[in-house]
Design a protein around this ligand. Sequence first.
Ligand code: PGA
Length: 251
Amino acid sequence: MSQSPKTLIAGNWKMNGLTKDLAQFEAVVTALNEKPAPDCQVLLCPPVTILAGASQICQNSALQTGAQNTHVAESGAHTGDIGATMLRDAGADFIIVGHSERRADHQETDGVVNAKARSCLNAGLIPIICVGETHAERTSGLALTVVEHQLNGSVPDFDEGQEIVIAYEPVWAIGTGLVPDTNDITNMHAAIREWLVTRFGERGKGVRILYGGSLKPSNAAEILPIPNVNGGLIGGASLKSEDFLGIVYTV
Ligand code: PGA
């Protein structure tokens, strides 16, 4: 993997989106066709109900699709669950794992997140592994410690030829309009890079570290150029193609 990885702009639609909203995928595909963003890999993760439809729209385009969660097992007696191979079959290239909303809503521990990330790798998919501190942890000066602890528990080993992505998302910045100041993002991303290089050596330099939490067209030009910020994970501003493309075209 190259030492300065390509910027990844990834949208996370969360529990939003009906069939009619596939029009947003069509709009992004058309825009990227007409005005390519060659320095940027572009990904949208819709709810699983429209993943296959979205992936069909994205075929042979510069827009890729991903999922927001996976079961740890490939298949089996797990009513209502979906495994990584099934998500790949529906067209996913990436799967978000360990988002703070899943850690909170479904009590996902670092161990579970680690197992989910491994199941993505086993299915030939790229896990986007989310970490981030709460507001209380940030104000008590524990942000770096908490994130390091999450990385230790959540990030699996990966082989040559496989890829992982880390997303740093301060919980207090998600959906709130609040963002950490530039210095705090710089320091956290540098610490995550150091952790990756300590753990994986040279390969750790090629792992992309995304920033997520209230990233918008209006702040993207300030946040995305920060050293070791290799892209963004975007919730609210990924739902409308104009906002999402506004971020893509700042890269
Ligand atoms: P937000 O969400 O951009 O709406 O803050 C980011 C995320 O949760 O991935």
